[in-house]
Each structure stands twice: as C-alpha cells, then as structure tokens.
Write a protein of this length. Structure first.
Lengths: 84, 180
C-alpha cells in the first residue's frame, strides 16, 4: 500500500473503525514508514481529545471505595505474587 | 506517576480524584450501562495500580492515554456483551453536569473545562453526517463496515465522511493538539 492510500484510511484506523484486513495492511505499512507513523499519531491525538467532550457524570462514592480497597489488598507485599 | 510505581496509596487516591469522573464518564458514554461502566473504570484504575509502567510519557499526555485505554476496554465490553440500547450522543444538550467545583479535584476540573469547551464546539460545528460517523466509530465502537450497514450508506461514503470530519477536527483542535 502506498502512503497516499494509507493516508486516506489512517483516520478510521485511529478511531478504531478499520476492518481487520485494512488494519493489517496499515500496520504492515507503518512498520516501514516513519512519515505515516507520525501522521497516525496526529490522528490518534485528535481522536483521544474527543473523549474530553463526553458528558460528565460523577461515579458513585462506592466505586472509589471498591477500587481503593482492592488496590490496598493487592498492594500488600504478601499478595504481590498474584498481580499481573 | 513515579509515586505509583512505589505503590503509594495516597498518590493513587489523588489520581482517582483527578481522573475518576472522566474515566467513568467515558466508560458510561461507551457502554451506556452504569454497572458496566463502573467495572470498566475499576479495571482501568487497577491495571494502572498494578503496572504504572504501562503509561509511556513519550507517547503523549497522561489524560489522553488514560481515556484511550478506558475507551478500548469499554468497547471490548460492549462487543463481548452485545449492545443494549441506544446511547445518547455527545452533542445532545448537556444534562446536568457536575460543576467544576463539584469534581473531586476543582483546580484540575477548571483547567479541563476550557479544553472540553473547545472539543465540544469543534464536534458540534462538524456537518451532522460527519459527526455521526465519528461518534459511531469512536464512542460506540462500530467499524466502518458496520456503520455503512447501520446507516444504509455505501462504505466509500462512510470512509469519506470520517476522513473529512477528522480533517476538520484536527484543524479546529490544532492549538490543543500542539500541547499533547
């Protein structure tokens, strides 16, 4: 695939919307093309910014308690072996 | 982040207070189910707690990295569990949002609010058909092929709309992107 062709489908790839075949072709091209790699990063950054636009909703306080309790359990030296 | 690698619980709490609402909101936007969104948010934070080195500062700002990771996990959940109901769109009239001062980290919330405004405006200013395909792809996790089916449009049309829409977004967000 040529740079010009990849350029046309990089945005969809950055959005996670490429089909498997197209994604594979892009990845093969990116492995050898620094220029398209740079373009992809620009697309990915724009895509990531889109998440700052979501409507904000506060989670329940319960979620914080759950996460902290689990982190405290896993953070204990004796359980270190169980974490990934 | 450096303190996280030493399993500093206070650092982890600070991180949650700063990003918890955003992470949960992204997960909720994608999954549309509060319980699933909570699970996604929990897993996102715990993975960070377990392996903070997953975040590589050379690859961009922490917040965008964290939200992309949240999005990908949420999309995986939606694909595994099947889609439940129609999601609201991002550019719907905002419902009651927590004011900046109500978020757990007010200073950070205030700083974020300008960027949020710019991004929301950029999205809202897109032609509706371009905004729609971008939202279906990124927020709802559909592939171009699926979007073409949903909208009963040729695949080429969907591809063109994504490309044109993203080009406009990049232009509208150029100053924000420089800081990433």
């Amino acid at each position: 695939m040529k740079c010009a062709d990849v350029g046309k489908i990089l945005d969809a790839y950055a959005l996670g919307a490429s089909g498997p075949g197209e994604a594979k072709a892009i990845e093969e091209h990116l492995a050898d093309c620094l220029r398209c790699w740079g373009r992809l990063r620009e697309s990915q950054k724009a895509a990531a910014l889109l998440f700052l636009a979501v409507p904000l909703k506060e989670p329940r306080e319960e979620l914080r308690r759950r996460i902290m309790a689990q982190a405290a359990r896993e953070g204990h030296p004796e359980s270190q072996g169980q974490v990934e | 982040m450096a303190r996280l690698s030493h399993r500093d619980m206070t650092a982890f709490e600070t991180l949650y207070d700063r990003y918890g609402t955003l992470v949960y909101s992204v997960a909720l936007r994608v999954t549309a189910e509060p319980e699933v969104a909570e699970d996604v948010a929990q897993e996102t934070f715990l993975r960070l707690w377990r392996s903070p080195e997953r975040y590589d500062p050379d690859r961009g700002r922490f917040v965008t990295w964290l939200l992309s990771a949240t999005r990908n996990r949420a999309v995986d959940q939606v694909r595994t569990r099947g889609r439940r109901r129609k999601r609201e769109t991002t550019t719907d009239t905002p419902q009651k949002e927590p004011a900046a001062t109500q978020m757990a980290d007010p200073a950070f919330a205030a700083q974020l609010s300008d960027v949020r405004h710019t991004v929301r405006t950029a999205l809202r200013d897109l032609p509706a058909e371009q905004r729609q395909v971008i939202e279906l792809a990124y927020y709802d996790g559909y592939t171009q092929q699926e979007i073409a089916g949903l909208l009963k449009q040729p695949l080429g049309t969907v591809k063109t709309r994504i490309r044109l829409g993203m080009r406009k977004l990049r232009a509208a967000l150029a100053s924000e992107l420089k800081e990433l």
